[in-house]
Design a protein around this ligand. Structure first.
Ligand code: ATP
Ligand code: MG
Length: 276
């Protein structure tokens, strides 16, 4: 029977045959944070990597790339040719970069090979990444999601208790339409929205003026109406994309930059919202 997510709450004690009944926490992982957006290309992976690195300065952090069809984490963290090994119990050892633990399907297949799977295979892969990886003790496991409101989001919410969602949006209304759907999905699944990161908010001209790359839409009034905190505004800056291309995200390559400062400030808000 189809499950109606609108009837679900992660705090529910009902014992009906809901697919959400199999939710388990991962031993020794204190908080799972999903980085999500309805729309592709708005900067989820950029936010997930830099947020994980910023949290990693004070906490034990893992970063799970749940974008099975389009993994970005190995390249963004300069770990393209790394191959995880398994222990005697067939548990995968995560790759470690800049002090954080990483896992991605991108470590297990060639970068140019496509994964062509139906939903049940995705579900199994997400399950294994959560439960068959030696995450050990983590304060935060940051999960980089693919765009949309599909199988991966549902698999994650059904398998584990997600402490909260960081949603990512760019300023224009075209992006907001999809963001609203994503926020609606998480809310209906009973998962808390920790806040919104507005990415590519503006660009600074060489003389310091703010240039609006994307037209400013109704994002702020939407956030007000839903009482969602804006965690930060990240400017568009080629140093952000260059850092990701080169495998040294801006929080590592230019920790004093205005962009990195925003990521550090977001990390502080997450620490306050989800204390360890
Ligand atoms: N603030 C920024 N300034 C400059 N470039 C940025 C910024 N944020 C993201 N980018 C660049 O935009 C592109 C898309 O970002 P990213 O891959 O993080 O988006 P995504 O939402 O994860 O995409 P997908 O939906 O495909 O997973 C990347 O090349 C990234 O480096
Ligand atoms: Mg991505």
């Amino acid at each position: 029977m189809a499950h109606d997510p609108s009837s679900h709450s992660t705090h529910s004690t009902s014992s009906t045959n809901s697919p959400f009944d199999s939710q388990k926490s991962i031993p020794h992982v204190k908080h799972i944070i999903a980085v999500s957006s309805g729309k592709g290309g708005v900067g989820k992976s950029t936010v997930a990597t830099n947020l994980a690195l910023a949290l990693g300065k004070k906490n034990k952090v893992g970063l799970l790339d749940a974008d099975i069809y389009g993994p970005s984490i190995p390249r963004m963290l300069g770990a393209l040719n790394q191959k995880p090994t398994a222990n005697e119990h067939n548990k995968l050892k995560p790759i470690i970069r800049y002090g954080i633990k990483l896992m991605s399907i991108g470590f297990l297949v060639e970068e140019s090979s496509a994964i062509v799977w139906r939903g049940p295979m995705l579900f199994k892969a997400i399950d294994q990444f959560l439960n068959d990886v030696l995450w050990d003790e983590l304060d935060y496991l940051v999960v980089d999601l693919p765009p949309g409101t599909g199988d991966v989001q549902l698999s994650l919410a059904q398998k584990v208790l997600v402490s909260g969602v960081v949603t990512v949006c760019t300023p224009q209304n075209i992006a907001l339409i999809d963001t609203k759907k994503s926020v609606d999905m998480w809310t209906r699944m009973g998962v808390k929205i920790l806040g919104m990161v507005e990415n590519m908010s503006y660009m600074k001209s060489p003389t310091g003026e703010k240039i609006q790359l994307f037209p400013k839409g109704d994002l702020d009034s939407y956030l007000d109406s839903k009482r969602i905190t804006k965690l930060g505004e990240i400017p568009f800056n080629p140093s952000v994309s260059l850092g990701s291309e080169a495998g040294v995200p801006v929080v590592e390559s230019q920790p004093q930059s205005a962009e990195a400062e925003v990521f550090f400030a977001i990390a502080e808000q997450i620490r306050t919202a989800l204390p360890v």
